[in-house]
Design a protein. Structure first.
Ligand SMILES: *[C@@H]1O[C@H](CO)[C@@H](O)[C@H](O)[C@H]1NC(C)=O
Ligand SMILES: *[C@@H]1O[C@H](CO)[C@@H](O)[C@H](O)[C@H]1NC(C)=O
Ligand SMILES: *[C@@H]1O[C@H](CO)[C@@H](O)[C@H](O)[C@H]1NC(C)=O
Ligand SMILES: *[C@@H]1O[C@H](CO)[C@@H](O)[C@H](O)[C@H]1NC(C)=O
Ligand SMILES: *[C@@H]1O[C@H](CO)[C@@H](O)[C@H](O)[C@H]1NC(C)=O
Ligand SMILES: *[C@@H]1O[C@H](CO)[C@@H](O)[C@H](O)[C@H]1NC(C)=O
Ligand SMILES: *[C@@H]1O[C@H](CO)[C@@H](O)[C@H](O)[C@H]1NC(C)=O
Ligand SMILES: *[C@@H]1O[C@H](CO)[C@@H](O)[C@H](O)[C@H]1NC(C)=O
Ligand SMILES: *[C@@H]1O[C@H](CO)[C@@H](O)[C@H](O)[C@H]1NC(C)=O
Length: 396
């Protein structure tokens, strides 16, 4: 395993680039130092100790084990711009210096931990810097365990534990990063995930840690089998069912199919007029419809794991027979044309006038000597007979 830490290199290059852009040349001098960010390494990985503030015209870079820069504890040195590297007594064969003076240690071991001293020689004296390198055990692949893998949607809970010493743990459900919400809880130490009510989409679980900065390790994937349904129970048939009625003639073929969304696959049962039929398939075909096969049908869909059952019902009926002379289509009740209405009104008015005339004539001829006062009051024609205290009412 040989992995560098891209963040540090990138940062270093950006700083260099910025320096070059700003000054045209690398900063002439100043106190050199080893970048503190580069002083952490991980067992098995490559570490680069980054030299900062070194002069561009250095004549030699030499790295030493310990806090001082003697020849006895030298690891490796490089004299730019030559191609000459020199190994020292403290070299393990895994170290090297870059042309800008950084120390590269491949496949770090825990006992690489300790002080490192760099010396930069210029024509005009030398500078040294010391730093403490800490090599840590990289976190391995985390383990994962869950207390159940066969579950029922909306009923069951599952708890999973991520086995790691890492402090940064991320949880993924169906390969999607999750956080605590109303359906699931992640423990404060991030190592336990509890899904309180599993859903059909909770197909997998895994955890992931940052084993060294920017290097992630993923656990095994745990597959969950979540039973659900039956949902969405539907009937289809030939001929088609309309408003719960399937119209078919005696002797014709009838096909009926029941379908549902369910995991595992559901069990089907058919009931005809109260009695259980022998088929337990989604599809039922009646090749030649008999009179006794008419009536009410019910398709029952059951999920043996969720123990939920749904049904749909319909009726098989003979087609409605039409009476021999087909009735004329009557447009929503009794109907008469506009011209007929006018004639009807004229007829009624003339009839009323005629009847009134006869009545008035009869009254006049009977009480010819009396005084009659007609009044129109509140829409009624009132004829008062003053003397006899009798009145007649008539609607106009
Ligand atoms: C790096 O060099 C600059 C001057 O060139 C100096 O001001 C700065 O203090 C130096 N940095 C360190 C950490 O010594
Ligand atoms: C490492 O170097 C520092 C000074 O830079 C010194 O104080 C410390 O004692 C050294 N540690 C060891 C173990 O040599
Ligand atoms: C190197 O450092 C050690 C302590 O770490 C010290 O005892 C010794 O005198 C130093 N040697 C030189 C040459 O500076
Ligand atoms: C150090 O690196 C240079 C090139 O960067 C290479 O030529 C040289 O062989 C390396 N030395 C060792 C000991 O790996
Ligand atoms: C560091 O440990 C390795 C084994 O991991 C061993 O081979 C090596 O000799 C040790 N080096 C020192 C300086 O103790
Ligand atoms: C040596 O460095 C000092 C300051 O560090 C500077 O004043 C002097 O000019 C330098 N000499 C040469 C020959 O570069
Ligand atoms: C798994 O753990 C959850 C949360 O502690 C619990 O509710 C559930 O009953 C457990 N399931 C089994 C099968 O033990
Ligand atoms: C966590 O660290 C301890 C000791 O520090 C170790 O015994 C244990 O195996 C580690 N656990 C894991 C999962 O790495
Ligand atoms: C039922 O019949 C339809 C077509 O008639 C077919 O597509 C479907 O696969 C059948 N279903 C079963 C469960 O046999």
């Amino acid at each position: 395993m040989e992995l560098s830490r891209p963040r540090c290199r990138l940062w270093r290059e950006l700083v260099l680039l910025a320096g070059l852009l700003a000054c045209g040349i690398r900063q002439a001098s100043g106190q050199i130092y080893i970048s503190p960010d580069s002083l952490i390494g991980f067992k098995g990985f490559r570490t680069i100790l980054i030299l900062e503030n070194a002069t561009k015209d250095a004549q030699e870079y030499s790295w030493h084990r310990g806090a001082n820069d003697t020849v006895d504890n030298m690891i490796v040195s490089y004299k730019p711009p030559s191609n000459s590297w020199q190994m020292g007594p403290m070299s393990s064969g895994r170290e090297n210096v870059t042309k800008i003076g950084d120390l590269v240690i491949r496949r770090c071991a825990l006992n690489d931990t300790g002080n490192y001293t760099v010396r930069v020689d210029t024509g005009n004296g030398s500078q040294t810097a010391t730093g403490w390198l800490d090599i840590q055990e990289a976190e391995g692949k985390p383990g994962i365990w869950a207390n159940a893998s066969s579950l029922v949607e909306d009923m069951d809970a599952v708890a999973a534990i991520c086995h790691t010493n890492a402090t940064t743990v991320k949880w993924y459900v169906d390969y999607t990063l999750v956080s605590s919400n109303d359906r699931m809880t992640i423990s404060p130490d991030l190592k336990t995930l509890i899904i309180h009510r599993v859903s059909r989409y909770d197909r997998t679980l895994h955890c992931e840690i940052e084993s060294i900065p920017e290097i992630f390790q993923r656990s095994e994937i745990i597959s969950l089998t979540v039973a659900y349904g039956p949902d969405n129970v539907q009937l289809s048939s030939s001929p088609i069912i309309s408003k719960g009625v399937l119209s078919a003639k005696i002797g014709s073929q009838v096909m009926m199919e029941c379908s549902a969304t369910s995991k595992p696959s559901p069990k089907y049962q058919w009931i005809h007029s109260g009695s259980l039929l022998s088929f337990s398939e989604a599809n039922v075909t009646l090749p030649s419809l008999a009179w006794e096969q008419m009536g009410r049908y019910r398709c029952i869909v059951g999920n043996p794991v969720t123990q939920l059952t749904m049904y749909r019902e319909f009726q098989i009926q003979p087609p409605r027979e039409y009476s021999s002379p087909p009735l004329p289509v009557v447009n929503s009740g009794f109907y008469i044309s506009g011209a007929k209405v006018v004639w009807l009104i004229v007829f009624i008015v003339l009839g009323s006038v005629y009847l009134c005339g006869i009545l008035i004539y009869a009254l006049i001829s009977h009480f010819s000597t009396r005084c009659l006062l007609p009044w129109v009051e509140g829409g009624f024609l009132r004829v008062y007979d003053v003397d006899m205290e009798v009145h007649l009412e008539e609607q106009p």
